[in-house]
Ligand binder design. Sequence first.
Ligand code: SF4
Ligand code: SF4
Length: 318
Amino acid sequence: MIPSKLIKNIAYRTGFDLCGITSCHHLAENEHRFREWLASGYHADLNYLERNLDKRFDVAKLVDGAKSVIVCAVNYKSSRSLGYPTTCRSKIASYACNRDYHTSLKEMLKELYITLKKQMPTLQARLFTDSAPLLEKQLAVEAGLGWIGRQSLLVTPEFGTFVLLGELVINDEVDHYDTPFEGSRCGDCHRCVDACPNSAILPTKNIDARRCISRLTIEKLSDESENSSLTANRGNASKTGLHGWIFGCDECQSCCPHNRTTPYASNPHFAQPFDPAELTAEEWLTMSEEEFALRFGHTPLVRRGLQRIQHNIQLDRD
Ligand code: SF4
Ligand code: SF4
């Protein structure tokens, strides 16, 4: 059995801002709600979400011998997280203005695991960061880190919504599990719902992926289905479009009152982002692949590449 204090001390020393620990258990209520969401078709053509449903809601089925999940979060808030000038047509979600978080979080989780294993040689673990059918946000709630806001994101009291999650699933029990976060602190607030330019936030705290700019600008789609997603709604052009976003969208976060007074990122991997407002849409359109690789090769923007960004800019102009 591992002391929870030991895990948390190492996690904070490694650079994580938050750490909570939960036992592996079946998340039955979430499975029920997720199946209803899938049945409604709001996941659009994100068909991978239909796979591995039994594993998605029960970590023990995903990882043999899993007993506990260490949920870690890192704050990535920058001044751009809070919004752009209204005229800006080259907006990028603030998480994507840093070194790719998959790389940074995996390095940090690996360091956490290696340090723990030195003291617990029989420890086995698997690392996750946005990489498997793991219900990351709900596990964070189970580990006491925060609640799920109306826009379906994790909201933490200390750092608001601008946190990235990584998990270590381990084959040992912990001497003290955190108490799940009770309830929600959204109260009567509906700012994220009102701020969404495409009315993609559903009353059930789910997102209509067919209208969400994050999906429309990032998820891998055939050009045909992507264009049809946008053009099918062109009849209501003021409601559905990219609204100046060329990779991701922060609108339902920058408006959240829980982000207003939270500190900016201090972890060096997330503390010096580039500012997308310094580049115009025209500069993106004339950028060469070489320049893109040189300036942004370390960021999540390479997930879809320069051509996709340029394509998004054209769609935004149509
Ligand atoms: S990311 Fe943007 S489009 Fe998607 S739900 Fe949030 S505000 Fe709406
Ligand atoms: S904007 Fe308001 S409703 Fe949305 S997550 Fe934040 S507090 Fe909750």
